[in-house]
Ligand binder design. Structure first.
Ligand code: TK8
Length: 354
């Protein structure tokens, strides 16, 4: 029976039938096959819902589309990724809750909301830990990802990989930022991220956590003076329209954890898991490539359209040093691990360019 069907595709179909009983979202073909009791049919499918918070044209959004296409190709159309972007199924914090509960299959989420479950992840955003996104990839893709993924698994998240949310800069509507003292007194929106709140509190700002989707209006109405994000996110959500000053501080790096509900993951056939892992590995490369490309273009554009300052980072690093001390005291082992890894990669780069 079914000798004409390649093994891999046959397994995918059989497994999708099993999922009908576990609450997976299924195509009608599978239901018909169940009802008819005459075995798997061509129309059986596994459908997986992927939520994210980025705007169309953002590398995260385009990377999600690349992932969707790769999964379709690799599974011969048997596995379908349905994307719900731009906070359509909740903001980052809400999507993390849904993935943990298993009511949302996957999310390309953000570092802060992820750190609610895996507190160590916030340390990826230690101020001035990384000099560039490339520096961060070299550190994160090694043992650090494994370590954070192990913690995440206990909380109900299977980590596929870490996408790039970029190096973060500050925008505001009040005045140019040249020295740390210029940040003091500004009402700055932050993500739901304890590290960012700590950094901006240390600088004397009034950090105001808020969902990303509410940010444009809050800036336009003056509910907050400014915000901090990579220029790619600023541009794809048009925040430059409602901000006057950009300070290229590169004060912290963030990754976007690509997570799947552990129960949903474990209930997938090994073949489907492999398709998803491979597609995620290829999609992250594409997303990082788009980030690099867009970042350069957008900096050039903003130099012409915004009041741009390039503060001395050494001064900002010194001003935020107490943040290091606090997080080191709280997570001594992971602090040592990530700062040592960052130093090693920096030393390698310096050696190469010497
Ligand atoms: C959008 C957010 C955004 C993040 C933030 O989903 O909240 O500032 O940088 O990318 O994840």
């Amino acid at each position: 029976m079914h000798d004409d069907v390649p093994l891999r595709r046959r397994t995918l179909r059989r497994r999708s039938l099993l999922q009908a009983g576990i609450g997976g979202v299924l195509g009608t073909g599978a239901l018909a096959a169940c009802a008819g009791g005459d075995g798997p049919r061509r129309t059986d499918s596994v459908r997986i819902i992927l939520g994210h918070g980025a705007a169309p044209g953002n590398p995260r959004s385009d990377g999600a589309l690349a992932f969707q296409k790769l999964v379709a190709e690799k599974s011969g159309g048997d596995v379908e990724i349905q994307i719900l972007g731009q906070e359509a199924v909740g903001n980052d914090t809400e999507m993390m809750v849904s993935v943990a509960a298993g009511t949302l299959d996957m999310s390309i989420n953000s570092q802060g909301p992820f750190s609610t479950y895996v507190p160590e992840a916030a340390l990826v955003g230690l101020p001035f830990l990384f000099e560039s996104s490339a520096h961060a990839y070299a550190v994160l893709d090694g043992d650090i990802q494994g370590e954070l993924a192990a913690h995440a698994e206990e909380k109900g998240f299977h980590v596929l990989n870490f996408w790039d949310n970029g190096m973060r800069d500050i925008t505001n509507s009040k005045h140019p930022i040249e020295v740390p003292g210029d940040v003091a007194g500004l009402k700055i929106r932050t993500p739901d991220d304890p590290m960012t709140i700590d950094i901006f509190g240390q600088l004397g700002a009034n950090p105001t956590p808020m969902a990303f989707g509410e940010l444009y209006l809050a800036l336009r109405q003056g509910a907050v003076d400014g915000q901090e994000n990579p220029v790619v996110n600023i541009k794809s959500s048009s925040l430059q329209e409602v901000q006057k000053h950009l300070a290229v501080t590169g004060h912290k790096y963030e990754m976007n954890p690509f997570v799947m509900s552990t129960t949903r993951w474990q209930n997938l056939d090994a073949d489907v898991q492999q398709v998803i892992s491979e597609a995620a590995a290829e999609a992250v490369d594409e997303q990082r490539r788009l980030m690099t490309e867009q970042t350069t273009e957008i900096y050039a554009e903003f130099e012409a359209t915004l009041e741009v300052s390039h503060p001395d980072r050494t001064v900002f690093r010194e001003a935020t040093h107490p943040v290091y001390e606090r997080w080191q005291a709280e997570f001594p082992d992971f602090f040592d691990q990530i700062t040592a890894a960052a130093d090693d990669v920096r030393a390698d780069h310096e050696e190469e360019s010497a």
